[in-house]
Write a protein of this length. Structure first.
Length: 324
């Protein structure tokens, strides 16, 4: 933001009240060169250093945040389950988390709201799949009964979609044991027979491809053909008090999404920087679909899944969890 320095006193020319009124109108309503979002405070955004954080990383790298008048600092985190109380305390203004955490936070009295979308899991391009070894007796998702599954976040969106799929297909969710580990370490647990299958998310699913492995598909299709798997959130009070900043942030993300979706090779290079991938792995990587828009049922479809599994301690109203 440009600042005008104060120096020695000078005599100001006399101007008409009509001119001053016109100038004020230009500033307030954006008719002049000043950007409303540029008057907001700096914001800190927490993302994971993987595909989920690629759009924010791209918006920063390509200058879309700056062009929108935003002063953004990106902080990288590894455990998104810890974000709600940290955002509530004001350490971060915006964070990237899964819808299931938003719902759990609401049940615990932390009023987060989703301000814009992130990446989308579709039937054609799922955000994750469940992978086992090729010589395993697990031939389909329903064969997971009685087995151990490695998950990057037990109770997270991927995990819950698996449990929902199993219940929908007549398998008791509690019949599957889950072990939590980082996405990067899960392939090693599978190779060393510490688990029977893993929830393989991008970009770490590159390590479990080829004839040694069997891809069982994504259980998310039981919920919807198109799901927002991660969302950018803020406290409801902060979002309401900083509406111009929220609009500018989502506009910058939309530009980043268009960049990623239309320039996959360049986007893969950025993902390699973000996630520490080799150039070879980055080229082999299949990018997710990115979309900052949020359909009206973005939260409700996850709420219905969690309620069917009795995972929330009390009823949750999804209406305020989607920012308007």
């Amino acid at each position: 933001m440009m600042q005008r320095s104060c120096g020695r006193k000078t005599r100001m020319p006399v101007v008409s009240l009509a001119f001053l009124a016109m100038l004020a109108t230009l500033i307030v309503f954006g008719g002049g060169p000043l950007n409303v979002a540029a008057e907001t405070q700096p914001i800190t955004v927490a993302v994971t250093p993987d595909a989920a954080g690629l759009d924010a990383y791209t918006a920063q790298h390509e200058g879309y945040f700056k062009s929108a008048g935003l002063d953004v600092t990106i902080k990288f985190i590894t455990d998104i389950s810890l974000l709600p109380p940290v955002i509530s305390a004001g350490q971060y203004q915006i964070g990237n988390i899964v819808p299931t955490i938003i719902l759990r936070a609401a049940a615990q009295g932390i009023p987060l709201t989703a301000i814009c979308g992130d990446h989308v899991s579709t039937r054609e391009k799922p955000s994750f799949t469940i992978v086992t070894l090729a010589n395993s007796d697990i031939k389909s998702l329903t064969d997971l009964k009685g087995h151990i599954v490695g998950s990057p976040a037990v109770g997270g969106g991927f995990s819950i979609s698996m449990l929902y799929y199993l219940k929908a297909h007549g398998v008791a969710p509690e019949s599957v044991k889950q072990i939590q580990s980082t996405g990067a370490s899960l392939p090693g647990l599978l190779d060393n027979h510490r688990v029977d299958a893993i929830l393989a998310q991008s970009p770490y699913n590159l390590k479990v491809q080829g004839p040694t492995y069997r891809d069982l598909g994504s259980p998310m299709i039981a919920m919807s053909d198109r799901l927002q798997t991660t969302l950018y959130v803020a406290m409801q009070s902060w979002a309401a008090g900083n509406r111009e900043t929220v609009v500018a942030f989502c506009s910058a993300l939309s530009k980043a999404d268009a960049y990623i979706n239309s320039r996959p090779d360049d986007a893969k290079s950025l993902l390699a920087q973000l996630a520490g991938l080799s150039p070879e792995d980055a080229k082999a990587f299949q990018l997710d679909t990115y979309d900052a828009t949020m359909p009206p049922d973005t939260i409700k479809v996850w709420l219905d899944a969690m309620n069917s599994l009795s995972l929330l301690p009390k009823p949750v109203d999804p209406t305020p969890l989607l920012f308007h």
